[in-house]
Write a protein that binds this ligand. Structure first.
Ligand SMILES: Nc1ncnc2c1ncn2[C@@H]1O[C@H](COP(=O)(O)OP(=O)(O)OP(=O)(O)O)[C@@H](O)[C@H]1O
Ligand SMILES: [Mg+2]
Length: 230
């Protein structure tokens, strides 16, 4: 039994008006350190909801989420945010980059949040060097001073990947990382994710509709109507 990253008997309900929608109906998943896992399944199956719960972005209605043996239920919401910021990185379908910041500044953002204003004076130099290194690694060095509106979809997704990695997270969560890209760009981003997962040996959890993205993974988890299928 792995308690590196696990959800156990997780149920998630959403209120919609007077009625309640049960989106996750008792889901248990265990992920080992260094594993690359994809979560696949039809639209509305609860994949994003599960990813958000695993990544401490949201809490389950019942059931437990465990990271390195520590149950999420023991953390209050501020500690939950601290663990999330230090240990997890996120890549979303729609990039979620801040439009007023350029690629370099967007990449740095999680480090500014982690260190706060006081520490930032000390941490700034190393963080900026690391941002430059990561942007160079993913081929965005020459575009570091462009804002998201000046970048293509594939380039925006590269910046989102840089931002997910800058804090040296233990787990990288990706929700449809190629969902908004054309086929050729999607292949480039897949290749980049594969290379980065091999280079960094980090754990990757990737939600995807795309069978070729799912193939990057060592293991596929199929979610259908709020339950693990098979
Ligand atoms: N905040 C919310 N409030 C109410 N219902 C929600 C909320 N978030 C998600 N849902 C509902 O939960 C169900 C599962 O949503 P989820 O986004 O997890 O699906 P998904 O498998 O990621 O789908 P897709 O492949 O289309 O992204 C859907 O029916 C959705 O409408
Ligand atoms: Mg989704």
């Amino acid at each position: 039994m792995s308690d590196f990253l696990a959800v156990r008997d997780v149920v998630k309900d959403y209120k919609s008006g007077d009625s309640m929608l049960r989106v996750l109906k008792g889901v248990s998943v265990e992920i080992a350190e260094g594993e690359i896992v994809s979560i696949v399944g039809p639209s509305g199956a609860g994949k994003s909801t599960l990813l958000h719960i695993m990544g401490f972005l949201d809490r389950p209605t019942s059931g437990e989420v465990v990271f390195r043996g520590e149950p999420l239920s023991r953390l209050d919401s501020s500690l939950q945010a601290v663990v999330r910021n230090a240990k997890f990185g996120f890549v979303f379908q729609l990039y979620h980059l801040l439009p007023e910041l350029n690629a370099f500044e967007n990449t740095l953002l999680p480090m500014m949040i982690r260190h706060g204003l006081g520490e930032w004076i000390v941490e700034r130099g190393p963080a900026r060097r690391r941002a430059r290194q990561i942007l160079d690694r993913i081929g965005m060095g020459p575009r570091a001073h462009h804002r998201p509106s000046q970048l293509s979809g594939g380039e925006r997704q590269r910046v989102a990947i840089a931002r997910a990695l800058i804090g040296d997270p233990e787990v990288v969560f990706c929700d449809e990382p190629t969902g908004n890209l054309d086929a050729a760009t999607s292949r480039e981003i897949q290749q980049l994710i594969l290379e980065l997962s091999q280079e960094t040996k980090k754990t990757f959890v990737i939600v995807t509709h795309d069978p070729s993205v799912a193939k990057i993974a060592q293991r596929q988890i199929r979610l259908v109507d709020g339950r693990i299928d098979g």
